[in-house]
Design a protein around this ligand. Structure first.
Ligand SMILES: Cc1ncc(COP(=O)(O)O)c(C=O)c1O
Length: 379
C-alpha cells in the first residue's frame, strides 16, 4: 500500500506522486460535486453510486459494476461468489500488494503462488500448470503497475481446468490487452479507488465489475448484509457499500481519466527515450498488443537501494512496490516457503524502483530524474 502521497511543497523536489497538483487543477469541480451531494443528503446507495457503477462498467467493457468499500472487499467478495471456501487453494502471483493474498486468507483458503515473468512482473502462465492441484478452486491474476498479465494462455488454462478467473485490476483501470480492456477478461475483476490509484477517491473505495448478471446480483446482496430484499437476508454478508461522497468525487475524476492516462503514457515515452541511452537501467517492457497505463513507471537496477538513497538526497521521490514477495512475508510463514522458491519474484523485489509518475509531471522534471539516475550509475 502506498504511504501518504509526497507533495510538491518544496519547489525543487520531484515527488513520486503529486496529488496536491491534481487537486489544484480540479478542486473547484470536486467542491461543486460535494456541495451538490451535501444538498441531497443522500449518503449511501444513491444516484451517484449507481451512475458510477454504470460508467465504470462501460469503461471496463462489461455489463455490471458493483460499488464496494475497497478493492480488498472486491477481491474477497469475488472469491466468495466464485465458490471459494475454507481449505480450497487459489493460484496467484507472489509479487503483488498483500491484499491479493490476504483476500484469499480471509476466506480460510490457501494461497498457492505461481512465479512471475522477469520481464513484465506479471504471473507466468506456464507456472500455473506446475502449481495447480485437485484442491485448486480459483485463479487471481494481477495486472501489476498498470500492465495486463498475458491473458490468452491464462484464460485457456482456466477454461481447460474449469476454474474461475478473477482479475486484480486495482492498478490497471483503463489498460488493455489485445484490444480488450482489463477487467473484462476474466469472470470478475476488482478495482481499487485507493487515493493514490490512477482513479483515486478521497478515502477508501472499490468496485467489482463483471459480465455476469448473476454474480453482480450476488455481490449486491453480500455487500449489504446478505439482504436480498428489504430487511430480508438470505445469507451472511456485511457492510461493504461504496458511499455517495466518494462516488460523486470519482465521477468528477473519471471525466479526466483518459487525459490523465494519455499524459502518463507520454511521460513514459519520454522516460523510455531518455533511458535508452543509459545502460544499467531496465525500463518497463510493454509487449506487442498491450496498452500500459503506468500506474507506476518502474525501472529495474542492480544497486536499487543505493539508487533510492541517492535520489532521495537530491529530493527525488521513489517507491518500492514491493520489497517483500508474499511467500516470504511473516504472514505466510506457516506455508513453509523459503528464499529461492520463487526466484523471479524475489529478484524483482530486490531490484525494482518506481520513479515519479503522475499526469502533472513536467518534461524538465523527467529529465532531472533521468540525469540523476545516470549520475548515480557513473559513480
Ligand atoms: C494489486 C492490488 N490489489 C489489491 C489492492 C487493494 O485495494 P484497496 O486498498 O482498495 O483495498 C491494491 C491497492 O492497494 C492493489 O494495489
Amino acid at each position: 500500500m502506498p504511504s501518504q502521497p509526497q507533495t510538491s511543497f518544496q519547489p525543487d523536489a520531484v515527488p513520486q506522486l503529486d496529488l496536491p497538483a491534481q487537486y489544484a487543477a480540479i478542486g473547484a469541480e470536486i467542491r461543486t460535486a460535494v456541495e451538490r451531494l451535501m444538498a441531497s443528503q443522500q449518503f449511501v446507495l444513491g444516484r451517484e453510486g449507481t451512475a458510477l457503477e454504470e460508467e465504470i462498467a462501460k469503461l471496463c467493457g462489461v455489463a455490471h459494476g458493483v460499488g464496494l468499500a475497497s478493492g480488498t472487499d472486491a477481491l474477497i467478495l469475488a472469491l466468495r461468489a466464485c465458490g471459494v471456501h475454507a481449505g480450497d487453494e487459489v493460484l496467484l502471483p507472489p509479487f503483488t500488494f498483500v491484499a491479493t493474498g490476504s483476500a484469499v486468507s480471509a476466506l480460510g483458503a490457501k494461497p498457492v503462488f505461481a512465479d512471475i515473468r522477469p520481464d513484465t512482473y506479471n504471473i507466468d502462465p506456464a507456472e500455473l500448470e506446475r502449481r495447480v492441484t485437485s484442491r485448486t478452486r480459483a485463479i487471481v491474476v494481477v495486472h501489476l503497475y498498470g500492465l495486463a498479465a498475458d491473458m490468452d494462455p491464462i484464460l485457456a488454462f482456466a477454461k481447460s481446468r474449469k476454474l474461475p478467473l478473477i482479475e486484480d485490476n486495482a492498478q490497471a483501470i483503463g489498460a488493455s490487452y489485445k484490444g480488450r480492456r482489463t477487467g473484462s477478461l476474466g469472470d470478475a475483476a476488482c478495482l481499487s479507488f485507493y487515493p493514490t490509484k490512477n482513479l483515486g477517491a478521497y478515502g477508501d473505495a472499490g468496485m467489482l465489475v463483471t459480465n455476469s448478471a448473476e454474480l453482480a446480483q450476488r455481490i449486491q446482496t453480500l455487500r449489504n448484509h446478505g439482504q436480498a430484499g428489504k430487511y430480508l437476508s438470505t445469507e451472511p454478508g456485511w457492510n461493504s457499500r461504496l458511499d455517495e461522497i466518494q462516488a460523486a468525487i470519482l465521477r468528477v475524476k473519471l471525466g479526466h481519466l483518459s487525459n490523465w492516462q494519455r499524459a502518463r503514457q507520454s511521460h513514459a515515452a519520454e522516460y523510455n527515450r531518455l533511458f535508452s541511452e543509459i545502460p544499467g537501467v531496465m525500463p518497463p517492457l510493454v509487449p506487442q498488443g498491450f496498452e500500459h497505463v503506468y500506474h507506476q513507471y518502474t525501472i529495474r537496477v542492480e544497486q536499487r537501494d543505493a539508487l533510492q538513497n541517492f535520489l532521495g538526497e537530491r529530493k527525488i521521490g521513489s517507491a518500492i512496490y514491493y520489497p517483500y514477495p508474499l511467500h516470504l512475508q511473516p504472514l505466510y510463514s506457516a506455508l513453509g516457503h523459503k528464499a529461492g522458491d520463487f526466484p523471479h519474484a524475489e529478484r524483482a523485489a530486490k531490484e525494482v524502483l518506481s520513479i515519479p509518475m503522475y499526469p502533472e509531471l513536467q518534461k524538465e522534471q523527467i529529465a532531472r530524474v533521468v540525469d540523476t539516475v545516470a549520475e548515480f550509475l557513473k559513480c
